[in-house]
Design a protein around this ligand. Structure first.
Ligand code: FE
Length: 243
């Protein structure tokens, strides 16, 4: 099964000082109270959706270092199309800074519905970005975020070839504060000399739910490379601009 041989990895938690909390702290998070206030103000569903996506990006902050090179990741080469930047997507209301450093973010013992996502972080000339940081967060297999702890959250660094490897479960659709979301994986990506990219990745075989989510972008769909009854292997390359 894919991911069954993922080596044990030491989990460390990034030390992020309070100064890197999202600007405005909790005030920057769209809360249920905000949504209800929007309803009271007579805003329509589209306006409420926009409100939910309007949160400013949280910075990664100094707790995430760029001086570390991730352990080597084996992987096949995926052709890179130079010049096409990866699209950004809203951070949404469920980002938690300071997630542990780990490549396998599954709950212990979860072996069904596994997704192994590999890929590279590249610049616009298809040059790999070593030491780039990727900070992933997503729902569990029930479509639930852990907003108190760090389940299904974790950051990692690319290896010398710009490669990353995430072992997780397939994310699930959910409805939060009246907004329906197709399955997706949130991620923040940054190289040592690139701006921070905040985006979301989608599942290519979730056609029905993808069509119901205005946030879905086909260019952000991962590509399956392997699949069996319990697991999927997939790939996605991020392209960031230097400087
Ligand atoms: Fe989400």
């Amino acid at each position: 099964m894919l991911g069954a041989t993922e080596p044990a990895e030491t989990v460390t938690r990034a030390t992020v000082p309070p100064s890197v909390e999202p600007e405005g702290g909790n005030a920057a998070i769209i809360t249920r109270r905000d949504m209800l206030a929007g309803v009271g103000a007579g805003l329509g569903v589209a306006a409420l959706s926009a409100l939910a996506f309007a949160r400013r990006d949280s910075r990664l902050g100094p707790g995430y270092q760029f001086g570390e090179v991730g352990a080597p990741v084996p992987g096949s080469e995926v052709p890179c199309t130079a010049g096409t930047l990866t699209s950004s997507e809203p951070e949404g209301p469920f980002y938690t800074p300071s997630a542990p450093k780990r490549r396998d973010i599954r709950d212990p013992g979860v072996s069904v519905g596994v997704l192994v996502l590999t890929g590279r972080v590249l610049d616009t000339r298809c040059r790999p970005l070593a030491r780039a940081v990727l900070d992933f967060w997503q729902t569990d297999h029930n479509g639930v975020y852990d907003n108190q702890g760090y389940r299904y959250r974790g950051h990692q660094y690319t290896d010398v070839d710009g490669r990353f490897r995430l072992v997780t479960v397939l994310p699930q659709a959910y409805t939060a504060i009246s907004i329906f979301r197709t399955p997706h994986i949130h991620v923040k990506v940054q190289g040592a000399d690139t701006p921070l990219l905040t985006t979301q990745l989608y599942l290519p075989d979730a056609e029905e739910t993808n069509a119901r989510d205005l946030g879905y972008q086909p260019s952000l769909a991962i590509r399956y490379t392997e699949r069996d009854n319990s697991s999927r292997g997939a790939t996605f390359d991020f392209v960031l601009a230097r400087g």
